[in-house]
Design a binder for this molecule. Structure first.
Ligand code: NAD
Length: 354
């Protein structure tokens, strides 16, 4: 018998090529007067363009956003927000910049306008994080959901193809874990499945033609649906693994997801038969875990933890940290089985139930 709970998040989305140009009128509608623009150092000049676009509504630019929101970066951003008397933030960038906007919303009650330029999907979730020394701490809070998200696919055109592929696989992970579950939620799964369909269709087209704006738009939509699924759904072993590698070993976020996803799907396959079958159908493959592994290979994404700076001697510690606290997962999580999974992922072997 079907049984589920569902609570929507307060999404407010404008989606379409060229919609960045609506930003000044949207700020006016929302009544903000002193926006602080956030970017990474790599996207500083795009942040300066935003300041120019919004004219007198721009109060300043903080261009030091970093992966996983280091506590020190958050403190520097808070100081600048005080100094320039910001009344909102505008995050222009990937998940790192969106993440800084969300942390400022949580800790300084600053409303955030998200303008995503990667396929991270963070703008659709209520999950925010701060990293203190080498431990990343995450929490869910509706207050971090952006007041407005402007999805302009043209902004993703500057994303290098290699990063676009792993970023898309990061989005795929958010959708996949919400279908390959033993507690399916039909509303969450419908968003997730449409996200998977869009991403699986669009990513190979972007790889073949990086300037294909229709494919970029479809991938951005897919990322949005995947983020929506993560925001209203749940996580398990896969996200725990990625969280530990990112927080403890400082691995690049999207690549870590791309490498581990096939293995975590295989790990849970026995307990999630219906869900993995639905993923296989949408992907047009026989086996979801292997299909994802092969897709990642076709897209040229890294497939081994050894490729992203992990040493074989790190695997014992990683398996121990992953299993030191209990968390929900369809299959029982044991240190021995996680260590076996990690060995396959380290070597870049095809996924197998361990
Ligand atoms: P990122 O934001 O760090 O981006 C990687 C690099 O690419 C950065 O230098 C960035 O400036 C650049 N970049 C992004 N878009 C670009 C574009 N269009 N053109 C040129 N350069 C561009 O990486 P990411 O993978 O997008 O985000 C990773 C972070 O997001 C991690 O900290 C992760 O934990 C977080 N995240 C959070 C959630 C959530 O729900 N809270 C979801 C997904 C990711």
């Amino acid at each position: 018998m079907l049984e589920f709970n569902y609570k929507a998040l307060p999404w407010n989305i404008i989606f379409g090529a060229g919609t960045l140009q609506t930003l000044p009128q949207e700020i006016e509608k929302l009544g903000f007067e002193r926006a602080m623009v956030l970017t990474t150092p790599q996207q500083q000049s795009a942040g300066e363009d935003i300041l120019q676009l919004i004219g007198t509504k721009g109060a300043g630019l903080f261009s030091e956003a970093k992966m996983h929101v280091p506590a020190q970066t958050l403190e520097s951003a808070k100081s600048l927000a005080d100094e320039i008397k910001a009344d909102c933030t505008i995050s222009l960038g990937g998940g790192s910049t969106t993440g800084l906007g969300k942390a400022l919303a949580a800790q300084k009650a600053l409303p955030n306008i998200a303008i995503p330029t990667s396929f991270a999907g963070s703008e659709m979730t209520n999950i925010w994080a701060v990293t203190e020394t080498d431990r990343k701490v995450t929490a869910r809070d509706e207050v971090v959901v952006p007041t407005l998200t402007i999805y302009d696919p043209e902004l993703t055109l500057t994303m290098p193809v290699g990063f676009a592929m792993v970023s898309g696989l990061n989005a795929l992970a958010q959708a996949v874990v919400n279908v390959a579950t033993d507690k399916p939620n039909p509303i969450v799964a419908s968003m997730a499945l449409d996200g998977i369909r869009a991403l699986v269709s669009a990513l190979p087209r972007i790889k073949a033609d990086p300037d294909d704006i229709d494919a970029r738009a479809e991938a951005l939509y897919g990322a949005s649906m995947a983020g929506a699924a993560l925001g209203t759904g749940s996580t398990g072993l896969h996200h725990k693994l990625c969280h530990v590698f990112g927080g403890t070993f400082n691995t690049p976020h999207a690549e870590t997801h791309a490498i581990l996803l096939p293995h975590s799907v295989a790990y849970n396959a026995a307990a999630t038969k219906q869900g993995t079958q639905r993923i296989s159908e949408v992907m047009g493959v026989d086996d979801a875990a292997l299909g994802i592994f092969e897709l990642a290979g076709t897209l040229g994404a890294p497939q081994a933890l050894s490729e992203i700076g992990i040493k074989e001697s790190d695997l014992d510690e990683a398996a121990a940290v992953v299993t030191e606290q209990s968390f929900n997962n369809p299959e029982p999580v044991t240190t021995d089985r996680v260590r076996l999974l990690l060995q396959r992922a380290f070597e870049g072997l095809p996924p197998e139930a361990v």
